[in-house]
Design a protein around this ligand. Sequence first.
Ligand code: WT7
Length: 686
Amino acid sequence: MPQNEPTTATTGERTGGTGPGDAPAGLENLLHETRAFPPSSGFAAHANAQPGLYDQAREDRLGFWAQQATDLVSWRTPFTEVLDWSQAPVARWFGDGRLNAAYNAVDRHVEAGHGDRVAIHFEGEPGDTRTVTYAELQREVSRAANALSALGVETGDRVVVYLPMIVEAVVAMLACARIGAPHSVVFGGFSADALRSRIADAGAKLVITADGGYRRGAASALKPAVDAAIAPKEGAKPTTVEHVLVVRRTGQDVAWTDHTDVWWHEAVEAADVQHTPVWVDAEHPLFILYTSGTTGKPKGILHTTGGYLTQAAYTHRNVFDLKPEDDVYWCTADIGWVTGHTYVTYGPLVNGATQVIYEGTPDTPHQGRWWEIVEKYGVSILYTAPTAIRACMKWGSEIPDRFDLSSLRVLGSVGEPINPEAWMWYRRVIGGDTAPIVDTWWQTETGAIMISPLPGVTAAKPGSAQVPLPGIVADVVDDDAHPVPDGGGGYLVLSEPWPSMLRGIWGDLERFKDTYWSRFPGIYFAGDGAKKDDDGDIWLLGRVDDVMNISGHRLSTTEIESALVSNELVAEAAVVGAADDMTGQAVVAFVILRGEHASEAETDEGSAAIEKTLRDHVAQQIGPIAKPKKILVVPELPKTRSGKIMRRLLRDVAENRAVGDATTLADSSVMDLIQTGLAKPSSSED
Ligand code: WT7
């Protein structure tokens, strides 16, 4: 671990698997955080969200949501029913209303006379730019919708989107929404194998991809992964995909399959600019987004239209204090994650915002790239992840200091707990000591922000997401589902349904009930540990299950273990998320080699070669984001008498801590064996 990094109070807590009651080292500091930053009176006076919003929602929660749905979303057929919870845990919100998501995101702004407003300032990694107004977006989305129909995509058919962060990614999602074809966006960093399983699970008819995208200064191919994902494979069912629509982004050579592959520019340019949106029921599926769970198989999280759009627009307006005429908003997330769905595609566009979309990484071609973009477009609202903030902190304040960041007035954080040091740096160096920070807690499953300060109302505490938004009911409970008192710790739950909640796991109702609704019957279990401080504010402490959080992205220990054991070198594998100063957690794998390969790890070169083979194997099976940072070859794994791997003990080893209570191990000598084998200089630092 780098020695010159500020130590963080929270990195120690965001490890899954510990009981929420155990306070890991550092937690006491965290909860004794006494700094608070109230909004300035100027900000508070003009904020969209006023303190009365909490009372209004408390007095009549359903009436409050009905009001938001009416004020922020346009309905073709107005709803008369707010919530039907009779089929719990599958909710129906605004069930008899009809609407269209793309109409809400685009057309209605043009109809209201805002066609000339910039919807998207696009900045490509190589420096190419493109400005898209709402009127232009309407034409392009309409054409793309016609092109999808011409390719046989009908309302209800699923479309997989596998694209870089380019304008077409947003257009593709909206074109799907326009014809009522649920999209399933797969992050471009996932491998062909991961793409194949998502295409198969969703039963997708069409894949929208690109020849490639720009990543760290070079063109990186995407289409070959699609070709591999839909190619016939022994033991796999024939693909459901009929066509692949290919955006030309980099101009690199691509293999071409006639009758299947279609160029986006040819199909879209040939299509009519007039298109009538397909009006769908409020509960019509809008998208499926795959996320890792505690088993090896990713879950297809299902979101529907009316409730999702309502909460997307409501949170985007109130949490970021969006003023659509004045603000320039920038969320740095990729559309492959839920943040890119709700806070790039849907929330901002439904609210008629002007936003920046940037294709590349923060340090290409130089470490000031983000700040250059903020200055260039006058970004006023920035939404990003703690891991990026920590990277910028490491590169040094002198880099952002070279740019004019005075346009920034609201800063958001999402994806993992933000340590107070990073929070303070974000506020001081990026926010000029004045811009409020909103630390927003939510999940793929919740669809939109659930717990967050309100920027004109809440006195913000560095490191805490603090309060459920008006309309949201969250709590911290003990093992018996009893709310813990202020100062206590337990599990985060959501006690009442909310409009943008998931409606299920695609094709697996039982898994949906079992995963979220069985731990505490009737209430939603988020999988996170949390504490309440003495003021009752909520501090998120990380996952309590076998899910890791790497740079704000969710990865499953089991999924990586399955990938590792599918390699012929490996007999058994155990994966843990170890605290990491930069990425929050890092993937550390412990592997037992198969007998015939065991001796190969005895030399340094041998074990380096094995480590490389296995890292590449995981990248091929899941994607580069899942590559273990460290792979340790061990002779045994610590297991309980019932055969369950005790990841807690492995985490102690991975984090260079004294190994905790090992009395429940079937064989108590295993930990000695592991540690003796690992006692090399590289892993012996404190
Ligand atoms: C998990 C959800 C929400 C979009 C990005 C991640 C963690 C998320 C925070 C936060 C502490 C956070 C939780 C949650 N998380 N935001 N502000 N403070 N933890 O979506 O991949 O579905 O992951 O991310 O552990 O359960 P996701």
